[in-house]
Design a protein around this ligand. Structure first.
Ligand code: NAP
Length: 359
């Protein structure tokens, strides 16, 4: 970890969704600090999902215990939570394709969070919950920045524009975070800190994670975007900074409220330029921006999530986040974007998920 936080290793903590991309680095940091980590996963017998966690525990001073739990089963996390001082609630579906937004996104996100917090209310040892929220709970569409009249969005902003039918992933994260703040206010034994990352990039502890972050980068290497990309502006952060922020948020007593974790305001075309500079032309990285009217017309035919409303409210509209609070209060130092992208792409190559360049 890149900063000092005093951690008493004689404590036990829970990580929900421990198999996840973001959770991998978090579990590593916690085990490296000597803690006992209760890792709640959907299927402890699935070695593709848990082998990397067991390997981490073999070479770290901490101790790992796997527990079976599902966000949709009431009371599912109680056993894993027993004796824990901190609960890291990272589990939530981060998927771009789904059949039923209510069932596949909203229920596990919101109901799952309430389920975990219900167990927190019944577990006296828990003093703090660190919730993995998202910048998706800060804004819904890029045009929201313009509407706000601000130069950059910050922790006081909330997503008010997403719904079940428009940006449902963002809606799921907003409902989940709101439910958490409403729950914490009803008692005083435990407190809540949220980490709100923008798009997370960088190498995973499990190189074969199923997070949508990896899917997005694999697209850039597929040659399918060769004709060009829409003028999508996006913000991004390295997965290692996100994990560090969770740990400091848990163990620094003064940490409070929401923390935007976002290193860089960038764009799809900047991703492509960085990739081409580092990995050459063989992959067919996009070289130009597609005209917005074309994207508006054809986008919905190519991708179900790219509705006309989504294109209108996002394409061509910059987005900017103020990450000052994370730097000042959590001591986060954001690494250069090109380093995160290079490390990420190298890992996708090394693990055989994208071909090596020919030259
Ligand atoms: P991920 O690798 O897909 O992790 C999601 C985790 O949630 C997995 O461990 C998954 O378990 C678990 N999960 C999903 N549905 C569940 C259910 N019904 N019951 C129990 N566990 C369930 O994605 P990630 O990128 O690491 O995302 C982790 C967190 O970060 C999420 O809360 C996400 O919203 C947030 N986030 C991610 C990004 C990003 O760009 N990646 C940005 C901002 C916020 P299985 O392994 O069993 O599927």
């Amino acid at each position: 970890m890149s900063h000092d936080t005093t951690i008493d290793p004689n404590q036990t903590v829970l990580v929900t969704g421990a198999t996840g991309y973001v959770a991998g680095w978090l579990v590593k940091n916690l085990l490296d600090a000597g803690l006992t980590v209760h890792a709640a996963v959907r299927d402890p017998d699935n070695s593709d999902k848990v082998a990397h966690l067991l390997a981490l525990a073999d070479s770290a001073p901490g101790t790992l215990k796997l527990f079976k739990a599902d966000l949709l089963d009431a009371g599912s996390y109680s056993e894993a939570m027993a004796g824990c001082t901190v609960v890291f609630h990272t589990a939530s579906p981060f998927i771009l394709t789904f059949d039923d937004a209510q069932k596949d996104l909203i229920e596990p996100a919101r109901q799952g969070t309430l389920n975990v917090l219900d167990s927190v209310n019944k577990t006296d040892s828990v003093k703090r919950v660190v919730l993995t929220s998202s910048c998706a709970a800060i804004y819904g569409d890029n045009i929201d920045l313009q509407t706000s009249g601000k130069k950059a969005l910050d922790e006081t902003d909330w997503n008010t524009t997403s719904s079940l039918t428009h940006q449902p992933y963002s809606y799921s994260k907003t409902l989940a975070e709101k439910a958490a703040w409403e729950t914490v206010e009803q008692q005083s034994r435990w407190d809540l800190v949220t980490i709100n990352p923008s798009l997370v990039l960088g190498p995973g502890i499990n190189p074969r994670s199923t997070s949508a972050s990896l899917g997005m980068f694999k697209q850039f290497a597929s040659g399918k975007l060769k004709a060009g990309v829409p003028a999508f502006y996006i913000a991004a952060v390295d997965v290692r900074e996100v994990a560090d922020a969770h740990v400091t948020a848990a163990f620094k007593p003064e940490a409070r409220g929401r923390y935007i974790l976002s290193g860089h305001d960038t764009s799809f075309i900047e991703f492509a330029d960085i990739l081409r500079n580092q990995f050459g032309n063989d992959y067919g990285f996009p070289q130009r921006i597609l005209p917005k009217p074309l994207v508006w017309l054809v986008g919905p035919l190519a991708d179900k999530s790219m509705t006309r409303a989504m294109v209108s409210r996002n394409v061509g509209h910059p987005i900017r986040f103020d990450h000052t609070k994370s730097e000042q209060e959590l001591g986060i130092h954001y690494r250069p974007l090109k380093d995160s992208i290079a490390d990420f792409f190298n890992q996708l190559q090394d693990s055989g998920q994208i071909p090596k360049a020919k030259h």
